[in-house]
Design a protein around this ligand. Sequence first.
Ligand code: CA
Length: 241
Amino acid sequence: MYHEAIEKYLLGHGFDALRPRAVLFDMDGVLFDSMPNHARSWAQVCTEFGLEMSTEEAYLHEGRTGEATINILTRRHLHRDATPEEVQQLYEAKCRLFNACPEAPKMPGAEELLGRVKAAGLKIVVVTGSGQLSLLERLTTHYPGFFSPDLIVSSKDVRHGKPHPEPYLMGLQKAGVEPWEAIVVENAPLGVQAATAAHIFTVAVNTGPLQPATLTDAGADILFPSMQAFSDAWPQFFGEL
Ligand code: CA
């Protein structure tokens, strides 16, 4: 069932075999159901600053650095890049609003999938565009026993945010594996682009309001409607590798 997708990936990237030794998880929208809070905070703050943006659009920017997102909006509305002061003000306001939101719950199915991945003997890596310390701490609090600090890539570790491949290349490096020895789990089109640009087999989980085609068009090798669905499918998927 997954054989075809795997063959297509190998052919497209010029690899002989997919032999996973690590799974690289995105965080927001994959491990935590935090995207509704992020998207609403971004949309509200940008609109307050005169850079109108819908919540739907915020989902499409998911994975970009704050600065890159803000510059897209100032170019559209003001026909120029944002000043460093504007970026700082707006980003701080967004973080204040986000931190005032009720705590995002764990993504249903995520812990079960982590358990299956760990039982299969694969390394677990987190690759997130977030630099919020509180969120990184939440990983070890809510998912005890799965994460180690040296296998987390945050926005502080890279120069370029997604859709640039750098965050995922850094994830491979931290895990000590090659692209054909890893699998990425992503929920956002720009994250999928980043992972495929790093030549990693990319599983998209559509945990938000986007059309499924936005993820397959971005290059996802397989698509599941939820983390629970991927967890349910893991034994068969892993069996076909
Ligand atoms: Ca995400």
